[in-house]
Design a protein. Structure first.
Length: 125
């Protein structure tokens, strides 16, 4: 895996994720909202998308639903501080592979990526 789509409306969070990924030799393609993400997915494929839950316009759940319709084989990690049972259930039903609770450490994110790219089960860690 060398390319990941990163979706977050917070520019600082996008930069943090980008630096973590690039430190591991992964190219981060960063966009600031769900509409941009869907446009990007129509242009090219990614093995993995990391998205925030709460964003203006399309939230991470709706983006994931629409993104998987475009790219059914893509794996998705949703990072959020809102790990309510409702969001976890909705994420699982949509097909999101993992919820990564914020705040997270770089090693936690990379461990989650490695796990998601090797397994298909849903989990909230």
């Amino acid at each position: 895996m060398k390319d990941v789509l990163v979706v977050d409306d917070n520019s600082i969070m996008r930069e943090v994720i980008k630096r973590i990924l690039e430190g591991e030799g992964i190219v981060a393609h960063c966009v600031s909202n769900g509409t941009e993400a869907l446009e990007t997915l129509r242009e090219r494929s990614f093995p993995l998308m990391i998205t925030d839950l709460h964003m203006p316009g399309l939230d991470g759940l709706e983006l994931s639903r629409k993104g998987l319709a475009i790219a059914p084989g893509m794996r998705i990690i949703m990072d959020t501080s809102d790990t309510s049972p409702k969001n976890i259930t909705m994420a699982q039903e949509i097909g999101i592979a993992r919820i990564l609770p914020k705040p997270f450490l770089p090693d936690e994110m990379m461990d989650t990526i490695r796990l998601v790219m090797g397994k298909k089960e849903f989990a909230c860690i």
